[in-house]
Design a protein around this ligand. Structure first.
Ligand SMILES: Nc1ncnc2c1ncn2[C@@H]1O[C@H](COP(=O)(O)OP(=O)(O)O)[C@@H](O)[C@H]1O
Ligand SMILES: [Mg+2]
Length: 157
């Protein structure tokens, strides 16, 4: 990790705010970027991806929590970004073995015209080493209060 940048996240009073954070993120994403979405069940990870996909010109209705599918891909029209790959590793959490091939994450990260968002990356700390630019979003909630923190790691310019 050569460079780290923090972006404001802050309070997320409603689902629209979570989508708006995804839209803000979309503005700074580049092809090849990896977005790791940490946080408990119901924290808003899928909601953030929905906002991100919508802001990139994709169909937000396509974005759902992929319970049975581990990876979905959405067509978008975000300039150089034409696809968003969206993995949900909930069902694999706690496993020590690499989820890459099982999920299709290797191919997703090799896609030069896509960004990849991963829910439930916590079990595999090395996932953060798989892309040049990695954005780690942490979503938390306690009662009705939801918060986000966003941290980028990327090589120096
Ligand atoms: N900031 C927020 N405040 C209140 N509800 C939210 C917020 N963000 C998302 N939600 C709602 O929480 C529920 C779970 O969101 P979801 O994105 O599926 O969570 P996750 O993918 O982390 O399990 C959805 O009904 C969503 O609309
Ligand atoms: Mg989800």
């Amino acid at each position: 990790m050569n460079g780290v940048g923090r972006v404001r996240g802050g309070r997320l009073p409603d689902a629209t705010a979570t989508e708006a954070l995804g839209a803000r993120l979309a503005k700074v994403l580049q092809p090849g970027d990896l977005v790791l979405l940490e946080g408990p069940l119901g924290a808003g990870k899928t909601t953030l991806v929905r906002g991100l996909v919508a802001a990139l010109g994709g169909d937000p209705l396509e974005v759902c929590s992929p319970t049975f599918v581990l990876l979905e891909s959405y067509a978008v029209s975000g300039g150089a970004i034409v696809r968003v790959h969206h993995a949900d590793l909930y069902r694999l959490r706690g496993r020590s073995s690499a989820p890459l091939d099982e999920v299709g994450l290797g191919d997703a990260l090799d896609d030069p015209a896509a960004v990849t968002a991963v829910e439930w990356p916590e079990s595999w700390s090395w996932l953060g080493g798989l892309a040049r630019r990695v954005c780690r979003v942490r979503l938390d909630y306690e009662g009705d209060t939801r918060d986000a923190s966003v941290e980028w790691s990327m090589p120096p310019l």
